[in-house]
Design a protein around this ligand. Structure first.
Ligand code: SF4
Length: 189
């Protein structure tokens, strides 16, 4: 099922209600630091493309943040290209697809990076805090941590989805964009 395009004015609210934790984290860091390193720009940028953010809106969205940090001229010179590139408008004109959970979980974020899967890459303390912020009960947090300890990161994400939406997700989570569309289905039903 296709979803309507998302617009920039709704994006904060949609991030809160329907982004999986990996994308919420990148989104919040971008809002906070007005910057993301390459791995984060790719992971979040392709996800946003996947949820229906149009190229023009994507450029405006990233520019509004990055300009506060590096100025709009430098944004146009150094960053706009890679966003158009993600949308297949530059270089080989490949239409890049959003990353799957498998790809994100096996990525290797370094110091200062915010991409990756929080269930795999956060410290226990940070993960607990993030889950609390998403509104999970202590009981639900313990269930998630149990999956994490057994390295079942996608199951941990599935349990989070179920706790946040108050419904079961039998297929399990295997793609951030699937998390998003399943969430929208629940919220719009
Ligand atoms: Fe993102 Fe997938 Fe990790 Fe969930 S399991 S946080 S959707 S990478």
């Amino acid at each position: 099922r296709e979803f309507a395009e998302i617009s920039i004015k709704d994006i904060d609210q949609i991030a809160k209600s329907s982004f999986p934790l990996c994308m919420r984290h990148l989104f919040e860091k971008l809002r906070e630091d007005h910057h993301l390193k390459h791995g984060g720009r790719m992971q979040l940028g392709l996800f946003l493309k996947g949820v229906g953010l149009k190229l023009e809106d994507a450029l405006a969205f990233w520019k509004a943040e990055f300009s506060q940090r590096v100025g709009s001229e430098r944004f146009d010179k150094e960053y706009a290209y890679s966003i158009r590139h993600n949308y297949g408008r530059e270089g080989k004109r490949t239409d890049y697809t959003p990353y799957s959970c498998q790809k994100i979980i096996t990525s290797a974020p370094g110091v200062g990076d915010h991409h990756g899967c929080p269930y795999r890459h956060f410290s226990e303390e940070n993960l607990r805090a993030a889950l609390g912020k998403m509104g999970l009960s202590n009981r639900a947090v313990e269930d998630v941590m149990d999956k994490v300890r057994n390295r079942h990161y996608q199951l941990a994400c599935t349990l989070t989805f179920e706790a946040v939406h108050g419904t079961s997700c039998d297929a399990g989570i295997n793609h951030p964009n699937q998390y998003f569309s399943d969430s929208q289905k629940v919220l719009q039903s």
